[in-house]
Design a protein around this ligand. Structure first.
Ligand SMILES: Nc1ncnc2c1ncn2[C@@H]1O[C@H](COP(=O)(O)OP(=O)(O)O)[C@@H](O)[C@H]1O
Ligand SMILES: [Mg+2]
Length: 262
């Protein structure tokens, strides 16, 4: 199962969610590949022992100017069962620009073609997208079986969702007819505040109207979620409260798998 985590807004929790879902999956014995499709390379820095600007990465696998392919650039992740297609330095923004101006056919399908070379080695592929609806995100959606929309009650906007759905529909129409919205994850939900409740209602209504499957429960705003991913720790390695949060991500894996296997 290949999932792309998308929202053109930054700071909603895409990378954090990919981090904890990858952890949830490896603790269950799955072979997981995380693809860092964000030029900022945040997920690479927390899921690998580090790469330097100039080291081979996803950019090299996608660029027409490089001889390297995806199998050449994969790195072991910080946990058993985890592999990362890394991003560091400015290389991936260079490739985004290359794809944007490319007139060669097939620019949307570069990542799909590269993933096909390694997909059989993994049970789950998670693509962490950057905060844009650009050629990198379109490549991720073209390669994916499903899109997971990560949003935040506070930062959510009707217009933003409409733009995202337009891009998903465009990719489905032209490049990837099988593409589905695998789920909507509401992150940093503050259910004890009036504003939180207000936005949750708006979001629920919008999800119903667009027939988006909302994963349950909503993810609360918790310092432990941020601390664990920023220090490369699994929530399952923490105290009871943290282990409960870990179980939310485990539940998400089940809900996503169920949705995609229908
Ligand atoms: N559920 C959460 N509770 C508290 N902080 C969170 C939560 N999810 C994400 N964060 C924090 O919010 C910030 C933005 O998250 P990030 O995953 O980097 O967003 P994105 O990848 O969408 O840009 C980070 O500092 C992260 O640690
Ligand atoms: Mg991110």
């Amino acid at each position: 199962m290949i999932l792309a985590f998308c929202n053109q807004k930054g700071g909603v929790g895409k990378s954090t969610t990919v981090f904890h879902l990858a952890r949830a999956a490896v603790t269950r014995g799955a072979r997981v590949l995380v693809v860092d499709a964000d030029p900022q390379g945040n997920i690479t820095s927390v899921l690998t022992d580090g790469i330097e600007a100039g080291d081979a990465g996803l950019a090299d696998a996608l660029s027409a100017h490089s001889e390297l392919h995806l199998p050449d650039v994969l790195l072991p992740g910080i946990w058993e069962g985890l592999t990362v297609a890394p991003t560091a330095g400015g290389a991936l923004s260079g490739v985004r620009d290359e794809l944007t101006t490319s007139t060669a056919p097939g620019r949307e399908s570069r990542l799909k073609a590269e993933l096909a070379k390694v997909a059989a080695e993994f049970d789950l592929v998670l693509i962490d997208c950057g905060p844009a609806l650009d050629q990198l995100t379109i490549n991720a959606m073209t390669a994916a079986d499903g899109v997971v929309i990560v949003t935040q009650t506070k930062l959510w906007s009707v217009n933003g969702l409409a733009q995202l759905l337009t891009t998903i529909n465009g990719v489905r129409q032209w490049y990837n007819p099988q593409l589905e919205v695998a789920g909507l994850i509401v992150n940093q939900h503050e259910r004890h505040t009036l504003a939180g409740l207000h936005w949750a209602t708006e979001l629920n209504d919008a999800a119903d109207a667009a027939e988006l499957p909302m994963l349950a429960p909503k993810l609360p705003k918790r310092q432990a979620i941020a601390d664990a991913s920023e220090s490369s720790r699994g929530l399952d390695e923490g105290d009871n409260a943290e282990r409960e949060l870990h179980q939310i991500y485990v539940g998400y894996l089940d809900q996503l798998a169920e949705r995609m296997n229908r």
